[in-house]
Design a binder for this molecule. Structure first.
Ligand SMILES: Nc1nc2c(ncn2[C@@H]2O[C@H](COP(=O)(O)OP(=O)(O)OP(=O)(O)O)[C@@H](O)[C@H]2O)c(=O)[nH]1
Ligand SMILES: [Mg+2]
Length: 340
């Protein structure tokens, strides 16, 4: 089982078991290559990565995490490029993490778009990371959270996370980010309907991008109507509806100001600490699930499991009863082991 404690890992057999904490210390001292290596370790769900996170955790909590979510192709990456540059011009350190739950290729647009990101790619005040679902044993949400923690610990002021706004990814971004920017574009048909169905609950700022298109006013109006109908003003924050064109670089400053205004609002009210608490719950739950999955995997690797599977095949027992009896046996075993 992955050990979350650095000392437990250090007691293990692996000759490289101090790698994580060593890299963590180098990263905290400002070594960028150590940061890059750490990001890979935590993305891959390694024990060294977990040990590094234990070392880094006391240094986290300073970053403002901003989620960019919305329909595929709405212009999230293009817009994020502009916004990141605007934050950079104001002298902030920042990171851009692009998360793609489906394809390792299409989601690489932030990294792939070298031309637009040229200024940022070569800038030592900016980290850019592109993540696809493959190769994350603890799950993509877990890997994203850990990547954000590393970036936070090393003093990154603003961390932008791009995800497609659908299903679980949508829930995950709301748990990870302090500010959620929902990016939509005109002519996306069902999107206003989707807004009703849940995106609205997580959005702190709504952007209608591709404002250079003629249909934009119609979309803005439709979203206004949905919002007015919902009557939701969470914690005294009125969700702004902004209009941008990422390709023509218009409306970017207003979006930057809205993000900063939301930050100010959160700090002036108890919203910032409420979101930190929400993150803490989600973080602990994430680890609990991961430990539990690992524990289940270990339990499955036994003769008891084989015997029960055979009983299920013979129809002598149903799968739910079999799982329950395994659970009872293993929790009893675990309890007596802990007592002993
Ligand atoms: N006309 C117009 N096109 C835009 C604008 N912003 C982005 N696009 C184009 O829309 C397409 C998709 O842009 P992306 O930035 O990759 O969109 P995305 O939301 O990140 O896409 P996924 O990550 O694949 O969901 C590209 O061809 C962009 O050039 C805009 O403001 N106006
Ligand atoms: Mg994108």
């Amino acid at each position: 089982m992955t050990q979350r404690s650095g000392s437990s890992v250090a007691e293990g057999d692996s000759p490289s078991s101090s790698l994580g904490p060593d890299l963590a210390r180098s990263a905290l001292a400002g070594d960028r290559r150590a940061v890059a290596r750490l990001l890979t370790l935590v993305e891959n769900g390694t024990e060294e990565g977990a040990a590094a996170l234990t070392e880094l955790y006391p240094h986290t909590g300073g970053a403002h995490v901003i989620g960019f979510t919305g329909s595929p192709g709405a212009g999230k990456s293009t817009l994020l490029n502009c916004v990141a540059q605007a934050f950079r011009h104001r002298g902030n350190t920042l990171a851009v993490v692009a998360v793609d739950p489906t394809s390792p290729f299409s989601g690489g647009s932030v990294l792939g778009d070298r031309l637009r990101m040229r200024d940022l790619v070569t800038d030592s005040g900016v980290f850019i990371r592109s993540m696809a679902s493959r190769g994350h044993p603890g799950g993509l949400a877990h890997a994203t959270r850990d990547v954000v923690s590393v970036l936070d610990a090393v003093g990154t002021g603003f961390i932008f996370v791009e995800t497609v706004g659908a299903g679980q990814a949508q829930v995950d971004i709301a748990r990870l980010a302090h500010t959620v920017v929902l990016v939509e574009a005109p002519g996306m048909g069902d999107e206003v309907q989707a807004l009703k169905a849940g995106l609205l609950e997580i959005a702190d700022i709504i952007v209608v991008n591709k404002g250079d298109r003629p249909e934009v006013q119609q979309t803005v109006q439709a979203i206004r109507t949905v919002i007015a109908g919902s009557g939701s003003v969470a914690g005294g924050w009125e969700i702004p509806i902004l209009r941008t064109s990422a390709t023509e670089r218009t409306g970017i400053e207003a979006l930057v100001e809205a993000i900063l205004a939301h930050r100010q609002h959160m700090q002036a009210t108890d919203l910032w600490s409420a979101r930190q608490a929400r993150q803490a719950y989600a973080d602990i739950e994430g680890w609990l699930r991961r430990y539990f999955d690992e524990w289940v995997a270990q339990c499955m690797d036994t003769r008891d499991y084989d015997a029960l599977a055979e009983a299920v095949v013979r129809r002598a027992c149903d799968p739910a009863t079999a799982a329950h009896s395994l659970l009872t046996r293993f929790t009893e075993g675990l309890c007596s082991k802990l007592k002993g």
